[in-house]
Ligand binder design. Structure first.
Ligand code: PAF
Length: 284
């Protein structure tokens, strides 16, 4: 029987007891409004761990001023039904007041260009909010393994660095992007697209795939590849490009020439008020 915890201490005590019994805990951190991408993480955790915990918490401190914290979709009842069906053991759904009580002032930040580029450039403070909440979730749930989706590639890379550098005793498991039939990467935010925007959003994956084909065909100039993606995406009237970047896949370092490296092509594009991200890794 799946149990829902809203109290931090109760969750932490339960996790301590599970650990004392030698159970391996898998944690899937989410902001809820679950889709097949989240469920693929839950299934992987179910295969690999004795206890599967899903956290559901729309983390206010990772949203900037004017971002979509209020509009972020929420449906806890539906989420709980989906997770019950996946045979999860526990859901951790704390309140903002408990996570960040009055006077809260402790943060975990990965410094340097890794959190300043890509999404970090247009969302200052976003990754500080993510690494702070993920640290709190790790300390509360004490997972052996934690599962994150490759769609948020920069997020996973930042979290891996944090875990390495702060010696968190947890293995980070990166899981593949799950896509709709037309290639759109699953995201809780997709529900906020109107039908025209939804149709046009398929261009994101198409542009990434076209770029991969161009590289396969021998194109080695980063700017030319980015320009090709820019052209395809801006042909969609509802699309406003935030960024299109090509970086080293391993650490998001600079890539000048496409040669002998695993690269990640990443983009963020707004359709109306909805900002979508996607990426594709290519072995050059
Ligand atoms: O990817 C997300 O849903 C969030 O950024 C996370 C990791 C749950 C932290 O709030």
């Amino acid at each position: 029987m799946m149990k829902t915890f809203t109290n931090i201490k109760d969750m932490q005590d339960k996790c301590k007891a599970w650990k004392a019994e030698g159970r391996r805990i898998g944690l899937v951190p989410t902001m809820g409004y679950l889709h097949a991408g989240h469920l693929s993480l839950v299934r992987k955790a179910r295969q690999e761990c004795d206890i599967v915990i899903i956290s559901i918490f729309v983390n206010p401190i990772q949203f900037g001023q004017g971002e979509d914290f209020e509009e972020y979709p929420r449906d806890i009842k539906r989420d709980l039904e989906l997770l019950e069906a996946e045979q999860a053991d526990a859901v951790f759904a704390p309140s903002s007041r408990d996570m960040y009580p009055e006077g809260y002032s402790t943060f975990v930040e990965v410094e340097g260009s890794i959190t300043k580029k890509l999404c970090g450039a247009s969302r200052p403070g976003h990754f500080k909010g993510v690494t702070t909440v993920v640290s709190k979730l790790f300390l509360i749930c004490q997972p052996d393994k934690a599962y994150f989706g490759q769609k948020d590639a920069q997020q996973v890379t930042v979290i891996e660095k944090m875990v390495r550098e702060l010696n968190f005793p947890v293995n980070i498991v990166r899981c593949p992007i799950i896509r709709e039939a037309d290639g759109l990467a699953l995201s809780s935010r997709n529900v906020n697209l109107n039908s025209e925007q939804r149709q046009q959003a398929a261009v994101l994956n198409q542009a990434l795939k076209a770029a991969a084909r161009e590289i396969e065909a021998g194109q080695r100039d980063v700017e030319t590849v980015k320009q090709g993606m820019r052209k395809l995406i801006s042909a969609q009237p509802q699309a406003t490009i935030d960024y299109i970047e090509i970086n080293r896949a391993e650490d998001l370092g600079e890539v000048k020439n496409l040669s002998g490296e695993k690269i990640i092509m990443a983009l963020a594009v707004k359709f109306g008020n909805t900002r979508l991200i996607d990426n594709l890794i290519v072995e050059v």
